[in-house]
Design a protein. Structure first.
Length: 152
């Protein structure tokens, strides 16, 4: 019984220490503001992506980091895949999230801002104005649940 326990212990230690060699990730830590990303079997250094959204955690709740003007829409950060330009491969890169201007479509239209629905971004869109009603923008309710924008 003692031999079996020692064998299991030695085998576990061996597996634990050889496991790190099975994954050929970069050995050195990335420099400040960079991360390692595996692209087509090779590891490359890229700028670290910012947080996913224009919000920061402050005083126990999420708030907009930089309040935008009403004519702006948040475009979430995303990866652009690599592509070939002639015979040269152009590697993919991270496009950080940013505010983009929204061009008015007409006086009787209202811009409905985009929002996150789980892990999916629902883009903003133009909607017809509802006479006699006010648009209530999407917001987080008292229990932290997202309440989509609606006419009231």
């Amino acid at each position: 019984m003692k031999k079996i326990l020692i064998s299991i212990l030695v085998l576990s230690i061996l597996i634990f220490f050889t496991n790190s060699f099975l994954f050929a990730s970069p050995v050195e830590a990335p420099p400040q503001g960079k991360v390692w990303v595996e692209v087509e079997g090779k590891w490359i250094l890229v700028p670290a992506p910012p947080s996913e959204g224009p919000y920061i955690w402050k005083n126990g709740k999420w708030i907009i980091d930089q309040p935008p003007s009403p004519d702006k829409e948040w475009v979430p950060g995303h990866w652009v895949e690599g592509y070939y330009k002639g015979d040269t491969f152009v590697p993919g890169h991270w496009v950080p999230g940013h505010w983009e201007p929204v061009i008015p479509k007409g006086p009787d239209k209202k811009w409905i801002p985009g929002h996150w629905k789980g892990n999916v971004w629902v883009p903003g869109h133009w909607a017809g104005d509802s006479p006699g009603k006010n648009w209530v923008p999407g917001h987080y309710g008292p229990r932290g649940r997202w309440i989509p924008g609606h006419w009231k």
